[in-house]
Design a protein around this ligand. Structure first.
Ligand code: NAD
Ligand code: MG
Length: 388
């Protein structure tokens, strides 16, 4: 029986994690569930899965949640409580499925306590890469990827020596605008960007998939997770989303992991690791699919990918700034304060206005660089709106 803390239980990854848990009740038990603001969904999950404790980020919602639950379930609220439950003494594994930089602090808290972390929150590695890894090394905590591409690479690398690996090939669906001409990008609405052709995900990652920033963040995530230099991480557009990524070995062999695009697979792989569960979900039929296609990404229409490579190569605080500017840009796009084609421009301009030196040595330094970048990005949006 593995005892789990699920951070971000009301989100897309969170809900799919609960599906896996409910399909294997004899294997998993929940110690804690957490959410930002959807207290009704959180209460419903808590009544069904009976965790010891639930945390709601927003303190003004504490009372509603407390009143909705029986007294034997402990209810907490606020940021600090998130980090506390991430280190809960009864937990064996922490699923980190909060979106954005907000996931970094609780992820570090879990690793500091030596917990195995199933990591969906890629922003934690993008912003805190070295710190996250140093923390895991110090406590000998294990980091297991949940992101489908990284799970694929993790599986393909198994049993191989590092020096046998030539390259990592990350696949991307290409998103909803793969074939859309650049001239029409200014007209793209949030509704269109939220229609992902292959995956049902939270709003932020869905927009990131449409700009290809998601793949850029995943390149940085792969760099830290697998200790690979950027020049040996490549991106490949694969619209069917069946091949979830590949590893190329020295001798030219490619190993890939294939399945239907269903997040429950990489989630279950991380939850049950090192075992594989007999999952009852639909299976891939290669004859039904018939054909798999691949093409190179188009850097002209999707500049976010190059921006991410550049920030990754510069290292230090630049991935933190890239992530912060992107979070601000995506939110502004969803609120119709920024056009789709302005997302990469805002990120580029924000970074051009900032200067950083050295490397982040602590969580506080990362959070400070994040705040500084957000302020810059917000003020550039304001200027732009005023000068329209
Ligand atoms: P989502 O928006 O559906 O859910 C986010 C969850 O985090 C919710 O439970 C929400 O309440 C919580 N949350 C949001 N802001 C918070 C804050 N400031 N503090 C604490 N909790 C907060 O997102 P998602 O699609 O489930 O993605 C979660 C993470 O997993 C992201 O980092 C994403 O990139 C990654 N990921 C998602 C998928 C997917 O299929 N959805 C696939 C791969 C990776
Ligand atoms: Mg992914």
């Amino acid at each position: 029986m593995k005892r789990l803390v699920l951070l971000g239980s009301t989100g897309s990854v969170g809900r799919q994690t609960l599906e896996v848990v409910s399909d294997f009740p004899e294997r998993f038990r929940l110690v804690a569930l957490t959410a930002a603001s959807n207290w009704k969904a959180l209460a419903e999950q808590a009544r069904r899965f009976r965790p010891r404790v639930v945390v709601i980020l927003r303190e003004d919602l504490y009372r509603s949640l407390r009143e909705a639950l029986p007294s034997e379930i402990e209810v907490l609220s606020g940021e600090r409580a998130l980090s506390e439950v991430a280190a809960h003494p009864e937990a064996d594994l922490v699923v980190s499925a909060i979106v954005g930089l907000a996931g970094l602090t609780p992820t570090l808290s879990a690793l500091s306590a030596g917990k195995t972390v199933a990591l969906a929150n890629k922003e934690a590695l993008v912003t805190g890469g070295e710190l996250v890894k140093a923390t895991a090394r110090r406590t000998r905590a294990r980091l297991l990827p949940v992101d489908s591409e990284h799970s694929a690479i993790f599986q393909a690398l198994k049993g191989h020596r590092r020096r046998a690996v030539a390259r990592i090939l990350l696949t991307a669906s290409g998103g909803p605008f793969r074939k859309r001409p650049a001239e029409s990008f200014p007209k793209i609405t949030p509704e269109e960007a939220l229609q992902h052709p292959r995956w049902r995900m939270g709003a932020k990652i869905t927009v990131d998939s449409a700009t290809l920033m998601n793949k850029g963040l995943e390149v940085i995530e792969a760099h830290f997770l697998f200790d690979f230099p950027y020049e040996r991480i490549e991106v490949l557009i694969h619209p069917e989303s069946i091949v979830h990524s590949l590893v190329e070995f020295r001798d030219g062999s490619l190993l890939a992991q294939l399945s239907l695009p269903d997040m429950r697979l990489p989630i279950a792989y991380a939850l049950a690791y090192p075992e594989r569960l007999p999952l009852p979900y639909p299976r891939l039929s290669l004859t039904e699919i018939g054909q798999l296609t691949f093409e190179p990404p188009d850097p002209q229409r999707f500049p976010c990918l190059s921006l991410a490579y550049e920030a990754g190569r510069r290292g230090g605080f630049w991935p933190v700034a890239l992530n912060a500017a992107n979070e601000v840009a995506v939110e502004a796009f969803l609120n119709r304060r920024l056009r789709f084609d302005q997302i990469p421009r805002l990120i580029e301009e924000t970074l051009a206005h900032l200067s950083f030196s050295g490397k982040p040595g602590s969580l506080e330094e990362i959070l400070e660089a994040d705040r500084e970048t957000r302020k810059m990005a917000q003020s550039l949006i304001k200027e732009r709106i005023c000068s329209r």
